[in-house]
Design a protein around this ligand. Structure first.
Ligand SMILES: *[C@@H]1O[C@H](CO)[C@@H](O)[C@H](O)[C@H]1NC(C)=O
Ligand SMILES: *[C@@H]1O[C@H](CO)[C@@H](O)[C@H](O)[C@H]1NC(C)=O
Ligand SMILES: *[C@@H]1O[C@H](CO)[C@@H](O)[C@H](O)[C@H]1NC(C)=O
Ligand SMILES: *[C@@H]1O[C@H](CO)[C@@H](O)[C@H](O)[C@H]1NC(C)=O
Ligand SMILES: *[C@@H]1O[C@H](CO)[C@@H](O)[C@H](O)[C@H]1NC(C)=O
Length: 278
């Protein structure tokens, strides 16, 4: 309702020319348009608290049949880039929920801020603390909002949990999700990736210091050894965090961010909406 004009303000007539019209109608539209991705401006979603977890929701007020669970990086819901990217999934036709993974205290944008200890922060936000929050968000989407299927998109910190919840590691069975996408996941373990049991797509950058070539190769080999469909795409000129906070004035980061978004939506269109994997 409010978003088309917002899109046009930012993208101008180019939005129409690149498929914005097609995707507004959602008729015969195979995948999101790049014009669904908005990088600046004000987030358009709303928040509510469910069982002590703040849920940022966007893409309308009602669940879509397939809804997106958006798992942020360590900057959490305080970061406009995270909310804007969640909104972009909303524009692509998915009701989207991003839970506050850090109980109101995400990492400051400047990790060298006085008093911030990253080691302690990560220690206090491990799987024992984070899995239950992600599980609550899945429950919120399915039981409160009535989503039939959940596709999970995770970035950096959240990328690890997207892959965990596509596997048999966290909680019971397949954890209520149907397909996963992870961009530059951080902190993942070999066990978690080996346990992946659902379609999983990853987006990696060649300049990501947290996933250097040996780690990327290991991730790919682990995915290749699972039985589920998988995809691993590597983008050039793409540093850690590129799928959320790229400098879109530069062509390579812009291409990487846009295409990682299209990669996620295409994955969800195919494996969550179209051909759910059993
Ligand atoms: C919410 O937090 C309060 C205060 O910490 C606690 O007493 C309550 O059990 C929590 N509720 C849920 C559903 O986790
Ligand atoms: C959302 O669902 C409610 C209750 O079913 C309905 O009244 C409302 O019209 C829906 N809103 C939209 C935007 O579809
Ligand atoms: C940061 O936290 C870790 C783990 O709690 C601790 O071992 C370390 O001493 C802390 N560093 C500083 C500079 O306080
Ligand atoms: C591949 O998967 C099989 C079956 O899960 C497992 O036994 C084997 O150790 C895996 N190999 C590698 C290289 O991870
Ligand atoms: C982004 O790229 C533009 C064009 O190269 C450059 O002028 C600008 O300084 C960059 N911004 C940041 C924050 O690095």
């Amino acid at each position: 309702m409010h978003y088309p004009s917002f899109t046009f303000v930012l993208w101008g007539l180019a939005a129409v020319a690149t498929g914005g019209e097609c995707c507004k109608a959602k008729a015969k539209c195979p995948v999101a348009s790049v014009s669904d991705l908005v990088n600046t401006g004000n987030p358009v979603g709303k928040s509510e608290v469910y069982e002590n977890v703040t849920m940022y929701y966007t893409g309308g007020d009602n669940a879509t049949d397939v809804s997106v669970l958006f798992l942020t990086d360590i900057y959490g819901l305080a970061s406009p880039e995270n909310k804007l990217l969640a909104d972009s999934f909303g524009r692509a036709g998915y009701f989207t929920v991003a839970p506050d993974l850090f109980n109101g205290s995400p990492s400051p944008l400047d990790m060298n801020a006085p008093g911030f200890n990253q080691t302690r922060f990560l220690d206090s936000h491990g799987p024992p603390e984070t899995d239950p929050i992600v599980a609550k968000a899945v429950q919120y989407l399915r039981e409160v909002r009535g989503a039939r299927r959940v596709a999970v998109a995770g970035y950096c910190f959240g990328g690890r949990y997207a892959l965990r919840f596509a596997g048999t590691t966290a909680g019971a069975g397949r954890n209520g999700v149907h397909a996963a996408f992870a961009a530059h996941p951080s902190g993942w373990t070999a066990d978690e990736i080996a346990a992946v049991a659902l379609p999983a797509s990853v987006a990696l950058g060649d300049l990501d210091e947290l996933n250097p070539p040996d780690k990327r190769h290991e991730l790919e080999a682990l995915l290749a050894n699972t039985t589920a469909p998988w995809q691993a795409d590597l983008y050039s000129g793409a540093p850690h965090g590129f799928a959320v906070r790229a400098n879109v004035s530069e062509p390579q980061p812009r291409f990487a961010k846009e295409t990682a978004f299209i990669q996620a939506v295409r994955w969800f269109e195919f494996w969550a909406k179209g051909e759910p994997y059993r």
